[in-house]
Design a protein around this ligand. Structure first.
Ligand SMILES: CC(C)(COP(=O)(O)OP(=O)(O)OC[C@H]1O[C@@H](n2cnc3c(N)ncnc32)[C@H](O)[C@@H]1OP(=O)(O)O)[C@@H](O)C(=O)NCCC(=O)NCCS
Length: 120
């Protein structure tokens, strides 16, 4: 688990995290929520998810991030879509859940460093 608290200013408003991390396959699931309705619908979720994607790309070897949303959670589906996740079908556990995937895009500088390491 890689867990991050989400703050607006000094106020704790939510959480975003990687869980069920499989370092062998390079896949991890994402969870997010803002604790109170008054914090929602103001772009905080999109911002937090973007930062988590940047963290995964810059600081982990993960290759694929996964979000599972329920069919009628429109805000959750929308932020997945806005952050570049692609719906890949229904979850095995429940056909009403949607599985979204994002292939981790590494920053260019990191890719160059990877290449140097490969050459050593
Ligand atoms: C899901 C959640 C983290 C999203 O964070 P957020 O800060 O509310 O999301 P944002 O404000 O960044 O973006 C929400 C988007 O969904 C859209 N949206 C919200 N409610 C919607 C609805 N009922 N129908 C359609 N679109 C909706 C908004 O219009 C916005 O899209 P836009 O920027 O294109 O207008 C937050 O709403 C939350 O904590 N919800 C309760 C817990 C939860 O559902 N967690 C996820 C479980 S998978």
């Amino acid at each position: 688990m890689r867990y991050f608290s989400v703050y607006e200013g000094t106020q704790l408003v939510g959480q975003v995290y990687l869980h069920d991390i499989d370092w062998q396959s390079g896949e991890a699931l994402i969870g997010y929520d803002l604790f109170e309705p008054r914090f929602r619908g103001r772009g905080i979720g999109t911002h937090a998810l973007t930062l988590l994607q940047q963290y995964a790309a810059a600081s982990t070897s993960l290759t694929s991030l996964i979000i599972i949303t329920v069919e009628d959670n429109h805000a959750s589906r929308r932020i997945a879509e806005k952050c570049g996740f692609v719906p890949t079908g229904a979850a095995r556990e429940n056909l009403r859940w949607i599985v979204w995937r994002w292939d981790v895009r590494r920053p260019l500088a990191l890719r160059h460093r990877d290449l140097e390491n490969d050459a050593l």
